[in-house]
Write a protein that binds this ligand. Structure first.
Ligand SMILES: N[C@@H](CCC(=O)N[C@@H](CS)C(=O)NCC(=O)O)C(=O)O
Length: 209
């Protein structure tokens, strides 16, 4: 197996943290997103969507989303379980991750990619070029604030997002909260459950992966 990674980007960091929690090691190849390596022919042949992370399996086939990669690793390395210990918990974690991606990552990316000069013709990832829409910057920032409130409410009286067990939902949300620093939207002091949870997750060795 080989992980196509970018040490500075949030999505591959989710996979690195997942791998660290599993206690396994995977060879990695750095893809230089800043210089546009993802758009070169060599990487486009590996992932036509031109994003990282990508997990290349031993037979040469490639998984090209964080979700696909983490679900594959969960099947291959079931311990410790990170996507649920039973059917109900599995469904809950998949639900949570879906909301975190829609309302967290996409909101932050909307604010970031529609502002940063380096993305002036690449407001969305992938082969097609899309111009920035400046109005989406404020909308993304506002959505990020609502995302924090939702996380805070979800964490009331809980150690982890899905309950008493650490999971892929915590990994996904923790890195989304870290990603929000890129748009300088801080977690408000009123979100005390979220702030306490963030401190708890940041103490895990995998948080530095
Ligand atoms: N849906 C993909 C999204 C991955 C993604 O957006 N990755 C970003 C880095 S965090 C990327 O590769 N960006 C390439 C670019 O900006 O051109 C996943 O879940 O893995």
């Amino acid at each position: 197996m080989r992980l196509y990674d970018c040490s500075t980007a949030p999505s591959p960091r989710r996979v690195r943290m997942f791998i660290a929690e599993k206690g396994i090691s995977v060879d990695t190849v750095q893809v230089d997103l800043a210089s546009g390596e993802q758009h070169g022919d060599a990487f486009a042949a590996i992932n036509p969507h031109r994003t990282v992370p990508v997990l290349q399996l031993d037979d040469g086939s490639c998984l090209t989303t964080t979700g696909g990669i983490c679900h594959y690793l969960e099947r291959q390395f079931p311990q410790p379980p990170l996507i649920g210990r039973d059917a109900a918990e599995h469904g809950l974690i998949v639900d949570l991750v879906s909301h975190i991606e829609q309302d967290g990552y996409l909101a932050i990316a909307e604010a970031f990619r529609n502002k940063a000069r380096s993305f002036s013709r690449n407001a969305l990832t992938g082969a097609q070029q899309y111009e920035q829409i400046p109005e989406l910057v404020e909308r993304g920032r506002s959505r990020t604030g609502h995302f924090f409130v939702w996380l805070d409410q979800t964490l009331q009286n809980k150690t982890y997002l899905a309950g008493d067990a650490f999971s892929m939902a915590d990994i996904s949300a923790f890195i989304a909260v870290e990603f929000s620093a890129w748009i300088k939207v801080p977690v408000p002091d009123s979100c005390s459950a979220l702030l306490e949870w963030r401190d708890r997750i940041s103490e895990r060795p995998s948080a530095g992966a």
